[in-house]
Design a protein around this ligand. Structure first.
Ligand code: UFG
Length: 331
């Protein structure tokens, strides 16, 4: 940490952003959160953290934020992030995600900020040529969502070349779980992610889980994903900030272990001790069969070691959150 500096966290009221704010504060960093509260929750940000309710489309607001705080680095989470929605509304992604990031980057460069951490995605790799996926696998985004993140990664590349802005692109595989202290968790509206949906079924809030296709070329026919704990992602951001003292980099973040949709449902049955009814439905457009990360680079270059590599442990933290907060943040 550079003394006297503040970190700007966009989307700090959202799922991954709020966990990152908690991690940054636990390590003694001062932060300011900017969030338009479209997906984020005011209650996910502690009341003693400076909070700006606003949108990245508002360039004047961004200039004010950079003028009011000495922003040493930006951690950029705020974006539209649903693969399925992006296949129906592509311009919301390659449009808004990109122009918002551009506004932010311009404001950062103009204010002299030269460190930037981007929340990027495994969707960059579409249907990958090989698995597990390391950083040398060809980038061929699987959706307008992945494309929007790739465009922002390329903007950062040029910002580094031209302005000397150092960046870390962190490509998350499947973010999952909740803060072990029970105060933060996943709360999307509508919810589309597998683990919270499965746990809602365990709570009786849904009659069943629909499995989106069981005819994939995987061991049990359902899609395989690499679930990575949200606090481990937060930890990677803090470590990435240290890297930026010397250079830029791209990192794929997962546990290197794939679990099928059926295995996730089994894990939830073990953890909750409850029955979870399932129905098999059609495939969801845009879903690749298997996405598993090779994170050796993050481990060796960032010194990142996931603290929650075990699927049951990840699901257990998500279940604790669901049980305590069946209606999420209640807003
Ligand atoms: N699934 C179901 N039923 C459901 C919900 C999901 O069978 O009700 C399946 C999906 O088809 C997929 C798996 O569970 O095979 C995981 O789905 P999620 O929606 O939880 O996550 P995705 O893998 O689709 O996407 C997530 C993030 C993206 C990111 C991607 C990278 O939401 O932002 O991981 O791997 F790009």
């Amino acid at each position: 940490m550079t003394t006297g500096e503040t970190l700007l966290v966009t989307g700090g009221a959202g799922y991954v952003g709020s966990h990152c704010v908690a991690e940054l504060r636990a390590r003694g960093h001062r932060v300011v959160v900017l969030d338009n509260l479209q997906q984020g929750h005011r209650a996910a940000v502690p009341t003693d953290v400076p909070f700006v309710a606003g949108d990245l489309a508002d360039a004047a607001l961004l200039r004010r934020v950079f003028a009011e705080h000495r922003i040493g680095a930006v951690l950029h989470f705020a974006a539209n992030s649903l693969v399925g929605e992006s296949m129906r509304d592509p311009f919301k992604y390659v449009g808004d995600n990109v122009t918002n990031a551009l506004n932010l980057l311009r404001a950062a460069v103009d204010a002299g900020t030269r460190r930037f951490v981007l929340s990027s995605t495994a969707n960059l790799f579409g249907t990958p040529e090989r698995t597990p996926i390391d950083e040398t696998v060809t980038i061929d985004p699987g959706s307008p969502y992945g494309e929007s993140k790739f465009i922002v990664e390329r903007m950062l590349h040029w910002a580094d070349r031209v302005y000397g802005l150092r960046f870390a692109c962190l490509r998350y595989f499947n973010a999952a779980g909740a803060h072990p202290d029970g105060t933060l968790g996943e709360d999307h509206d509508p919810e589309t992610h597998l683990i919270p949906i499965v746990l809602d079924a365990a709570l009786g809030k849904r009659s069943h889980v629909e499995i989106f296709g069981d005819d994939y070329a995987t061991p049990d026919g359902t899609c395989v994903r690499d679930y990575v704990h949200v606090c481990d992602l937060a930890d990677a951001h803090v470590k990435a900030l240290d890297l930026l003292a010397t250079r830029s980099g791209h990192f794929n973040l997962g546990n290197g272990q794939g679990y099928s949709v059926k295995q996730v449902i089994e894990a939830a049955r073990r953890v909750t001790g409850r029955d979870i009814a399932v129905k098999v439905g059609p495939r969801r457009p845009g879903d690749p069969a298997t996405l598993v990360a090779a994170s050796a680079r993050a481990m060796s270059e960032l010194g990142w070691t996931p603290r929650f590599p075990d699927l049951d442990a990840i699901v257990r933290t998500a279940w604790e959150w669901k049980r305590r907060h069946p209606d999420g943040y209640g807003d």
